[in-house]
Write a protein that binds this ligand. Structure first.
Ligand SMILES: *Cc1c(COP(=O)(O)O)cnc(C)c1O
Length: 373
């Protein structure tokens, strides 16, 4: 059997007819950028998240960049972010000239809320929370800290579409929720796309103007903006997928529960859901000191896995100028050395998951690594 870490084609074929009909209708409409599909998607996605406003953008990174910028954060300012994130979160900060201040993750792979306050200085302007792997950060504590210290709160929800904390959706706890609809995300487009959600009418309006060369009315440019528009084709296809999000999320939760029930070894640390939250399982990330051997073994058996992420941003070549050293963020670094993401995707057949499980169990059995249960 050959199993890939992700199968975006399965997610397409599952709703093939609807996607194809929508694509044809957009192609035939003669209107391709910022039209009815975008407007409808913005309304639908705002309603889905529970935010007042949604502004469609060209990518998740653009959503982060534009949110940080329009919240008035720039050179000389510091933004607190977790160490174990995808580098795009950090680029959303540094593009604006601001400095990322890294905080270690907790046992749920989210920013450790207990370690935020010690990093706050007079330069701190915001906390950027990344709901990594589809899990949900400790939003009670984080919102309290932001209120107490008058910090902006930006959520990177690129991996957490639909994730809940006490019934409230990620992206709606702070000033801005930034989403990516890159094809591999839980709510994926068929190309690049992103959005910002907010309850702040001014931020929504500023983002709407900024994304279109700073113009509110054609050829009347209020500010120096950018081209970060969401196109009609992507918005139309996103409207199709968004209508199935409940089912898509439930399927991921069911697949995660199967892994939870069937994988259990003393050398395997399984992901957990924080109490009072609902994870949307963007990734099912295990941790083991035998990662390299397990990954190679699975590869031989035809099971593809990925590492999210092997090099934490503070050690990335791109950020050498920040001057960080190995050993500065020991938890982040140990996660980078031991995490492994198992295949989990919309439309994953039971046999593919069972085969993956059998191979992992066989690895620990064959290597005579003691089993805990
Ligand atoms: C994918 C991702 C992004 C960037 O989204 P793009 O649409 O690829 O620009 C940002 N943050 C996280 C955590 C992501 O996973």
């Amino acid at each position: 059997m050959k199993i890939m870490p992700n199968r975006m084609d399965y997610g397409y074929f599952k709703y093939q007819k609807e996607f194809e009909e929508k694509a044809l209708s957009v192609l035939r409409s003669g209107w391709y950028v910022l039209g009815n599909e975008v407007k409808t998607f913005e309304e639908n996605f705002a309603a889905y998240t529970g935010a007042k406003y949604c502004v469609g953008l060209a990518s998740g990174l653009d959503a982060l960049w534009i949110a940080v910028k329009l919240l008035g954060i720039g050179a000389g300012d510091e933004v607190i972010v977790q160490g174990n994130t995808y580098i795009a979160s950090v680029m959303g900060i540094t593009i604006n000239g601001a400095t990322p201040i890294f905080v270690e993750p907790d046992a749920y792979y989210q920013i450790d809320a207990e370690k935020i306050e010690e990093k706050i200085t007079e330069r701190t302007k915001a906390v950027m929370v990344v709901h990594l792997y589809g899990h949900v950060a400790d939003m009670d504590k984080i919102t309290q800290i932001c209120k107490k210290h008058r910090l902006k709160l930006i959520e990177d929800c690129a991996q957490s579409h639909g994730g809940l904390h006490n019934g409230q959706m990620t992206g709606t706890f702070g000033d801005a929720g930034c989403f990516s609809f890159y094809p591999s995300k839980n709510l994926g487009a068929f190309g690049d796309a992103g959005a910002l959600v907010t309850n702040d009418p001014k931020l929504a309006e500023d983002a709407r103007i900024f994304r279109n060369y700073g113009s509110e009315k054609r050829y009347h440019n209020r500010v120096v903006g950018a081209n970060s528009r969401l196109d009609e084709l992507q918005a139309g296809l996103l409207n199709v997928r968004l209508a199935h999000m409940k089912e898509i999320t439930e399927e991921r939760r069911r697949l995660a529960a199967v892994y939870d029930r069937t994988l259990c070894h003393s050398h395997l640390i399984l992901p957990r859901e924080r109490p009072d939250t609902k994870s949307v399982w963007h990734q099912y990330v295990i941790r083991t000191q035998y990662r390299q051997a397990l990954m190679e073994y699975l590869e031989q058996k035809g099971v593809g896995t990925l590492i999210h992420y092997p090099i934490p941003p503070h050690l990335a070549e791109a950020y050498a100028s920040l001057g960080h050293m190995r050993g500065e963020l020991p938890i982040t670094e140990s996660y980078a050395d031991t995490v492994l993401s198992l295949p989990l995707y919309t439309g994953m057949p039971e046999e593919e998951q069972q085969y993956t499980i059998d191979c992992i169990n066989a690895f620990f059995r064959e290597r005579c690594i003691p089993v805990s249960k």
